[in-house]
Design a protein around this ligand. Structure first.
Ligand SMILES: NC(=O)c1ccc[n+]([C@@H]2O[C@H](COP(=O)([O-])OP(=O)(O)OC[C@H]3O[C@@H](n4cnc5c(N)ncnc54)[C@H](OP(=O)(O)O)[C@@H]3O)[C@@H](O)[C@H]2O)c1
Length: 282
């Protein structure tokens, strides 16, 4: 089993620097995927109410031989629950679904700025943390103006901001904005979700060959060396293990710059989900 290096966030908590992503990880097959991921060494599970799999994640926790205290569960508030009372109830409902008494981390999934309720939602997370329902609170897909608004309104800075980040959309400016505010970046779809061909990219393949590693492992290093938490999904057991086997090599600054150079700007987003425009289904 691989031991994953940890990263500290601004509330003093530590998280594994690699999380197991669960988009489309559902039902009995999904349960098996989460169990094998835990066996391989993943300890931080990234889910969301919108993934319709919180119940399955709870079942995996119960069936796993790893004690609950050694696992970290992170979920996300859906857009339909941005008003304060709904947010508190949603957090409680998600905890009941999973069968745990607190989240190790919990994020607002999308800001939905057109609905103008994300600051209310943030106040609910701040209070839910005080009630003991959540240990670490954060956000996802927040732009600098959204971050500044919730910090100004509550005086509380999110611990993490989970954002789209992969070599074709490196989001480096937002990573820097997060850093400036003491917020850890979590990278979602780091392998491009098999929608783009980043794993076939020649530059990445060449770097991978030099290190005798795979393109997916090179992208993990690119995230880790930029102090970004790598949130990666893999159902294939070999992929699951490969994605953790990344602590025995380092990319040079030149290699990191080469990967940064693959950025395609807005055109590089996997599904064109700009946080100011994207509206979650609810
Ligand atoms: N906050 C948000 O708004 C947001 C949005 C999107 C995603 N996320 C989170 O981020 C997680 C990761 O993103 P994602 O699921 O979209 O996609 P991803 O992790 O970028 O890519 C997953 C795909 O890559 C393949 N893969 C994994 N490891 C591989 C390896 N070593 N070699 C070759 N292929 C490999 C997987 O195949 P197999 O499954 O066959 O192994 C799967 O098809 C999500 O699951 C979710 O938890 C959050």
């Amino acid at each position: 089993m691989t031991h994953i290096q940890e990263i500290q966030v601004n509330d003093g908590s530590h998280f594994p620097s690699i999380a197991f992503g669960t988009v489309n990880v559902k039902g009995a097959h999904g349960l098996n995927d989460v169990l094998t991921a835990i066996e391989a060494g993943y300890r931080l599970i990234d889910t969301s109410t919108n993934y319709n799999n919180e119940g399955m994640v709870g079942e995996a926790i119960r069936r796993s031989s790893v004690p609950r205290e050694e696992l970290m569960i992170s979920s996300k508030l859906p857009g339909a629950a941005h008003s304060y009372d709904k947010a508190i109830q949603m957090i409680q409902e998600s905890l009941y679904r999973i069968g745990i008494d607190h989240f190790d981390k919990y994020l607002i999934h999308w800001p939905l700025p057109k609905r103008e309720k994300y600051d209310e939602a943030w106040q609910a997370l701040v209070d839910a943390q005080k009630f003991g329902l959540i240990k670490t609170i954060g956000v996802s897909n927040f732009l600098p103006e959204h971050l500044d608004r919730i910090i100004e309104k509550t005086g509380v800075t999110p611990a993490t901001n989970q954002i789209e980040r992969h070599p074709y959309f490196n989001n480096n400016e937002l990573v820097e904005e997060n850093k400036k505010r003491g917020i850890l970046t979590e990278s979602w779809s780091p392998l491009g979700r098999e929608i783009n061909d980043v794993l076939e990219n020649e530059t990445i393949k060449n770097i991978a060959e030099k290190h005798d590693k795979s393109p997916a492992q090179v992208i993990a290093r690119w995230n880790l060396q930029n102090v970004c938490l790598h949130v990666v999904k893999a159902s294939n057991h070999i992929h699951q293990q490969e994605n953790l086997n990344v602590f025995d090599f380092e990319l040079s600054d030149t290699e990191i710059k080469e990967i940064d150079g693959l950025d395609k700007g807005e055109a590089g987003r996997v599904e064109g989900q700009h946080p100011n425009e994207y509206e979650e289904f609810d």
